[in-house]
Design a binder for this molecule. Structure first.
Ligand SMILES: Nc1ncnc2c1ncn2[C@@H]1O[C@H](COP(=O)(O)OP(=O)(O)OP(=O)(O)O)[C@@H](O)[C@H]1O
Length: 260
């Protein structure tokens, strides 16, 4: 049941994804409002990427309805996709191209008029102005992530989707990326991200959904989930430091077993 979607930019209703006979996503529903950062949390194999790929239109779900900015992803895919920005994996970019060439290439693909002032401002913003002529393949993982986020937001989409955006980043780069994600929220746009970091979920997400075995098992604000489950015996037994954290709630709800 979707409660109070309000001014939702993204609505996902009763999403079901199968790979052959295996059901990876089962009746998943959630919404993301304007000015909201929404996190999908779940153990390995829970169905987060399958959900994200369905929203991105890269995967055709067996059933369910997805609307982005009011456009149905299967009926009006071009309109829906024009309103979203997807952070691509570093391996999606041509390593021989320079940062400048890659940013210009994607600006062209998205039909964005990128003046040299705007390009310089973007490069300054991600602290890569001096590396502008470096080949993408020569950048560190963190630098590549920053370029990738710039590209996903170059056409100023109202929904930005990030699959584990800060994995492998040092604390400084992670903080900087969080600030960039928060700047998207401040514009009144929406962010859907996946993360394995409970710290990240608590630091930047306004609401989260915990997914396990393809199903949403809880949705609330991080603090709301802690308050709701703090007396749950499984959550208390997961607690390590005498106080209940979001990670304790996550382990309490999804179990201690490492997924195959
Ligand atoms: N192309 C595919 N063919 C068959 N099974 C798949 C395929 N893609 C994903 N799966 C399976 O679907 C389930 C959900 O995978 P998914 O990648 O959505 O999980 P996830 O929550 O993103 O996991 P992780 O945290 O490990 O990235 C897993 O059991 C996975 O093995």
């Amino acid at each position: 049941m979707i409660d109070q979607p309000g001014s939702s930019i993204l609505q996902v209703k009763n999403l079901n994804v199968f790979y052959g006979t295996f059901q990876a996503v089962s009746n998943v529903s959630f919404y993301v409002k304007s000015g909201e950062i929404f996190g999908l949390l779940g153990p390995n194999g829970a169905g987060k990427t399958s959900t994200l790929s369905s929203v991105e239109g890269l995967l055709k779900p067996q059933s369910g309805e997805i609307t982005v900015a009011g456009f149905n992803i299967s009926k009006q895919p071009l309109h829906a996709r024009a309103n979203m920005g997807v952070q691509l994996q570093a391996t999606s970019f041509q390593p021989e191209l320079t940062i400048t060439e890659i940013i210009k290439l994607y600006a062209g693909i998205y039909g964005v008029n990128l003046t040299s002032e705007k390009l310089n401002a973007l490069l300054q913003d991600i602290k890569l102005e001096e590396a502008a002529s470096k080949k993408f393949g020569q950048l560190s993982g963190g630098q590549q992530q920053r370029v990738s986020l710039v590209i996903s937001t170059i056409h100023d989409p109202i929904l930005v989707m990030l699959d584990e955006p800060t994995t492998g980043l040092d604390p400084q780069s992670r903080r900087q990326l969080w600030e960039r994600i928060e700047a998207i929220r401040e514009k009144g746009h929406a962010v859907l991200l996946t993360t394995h970091s409970m710290e990240e979920a608590e630091a930047v997400c306004d609401r989260i959904a915990i997914i396990d075995h393809g199903k949403v098992i809880a949705t609330d604000t991080p603090q709301g989930l802690i308050d709701l489950y703090r007396n749950d015996p499984a959550v208390i037994s997961a607690s390590r430091k005498g106080k209940i954290t979001l990670e304790d709630v996550f382990i309490g709800l999804t179990g201690k077993t490492v997924r195959a």
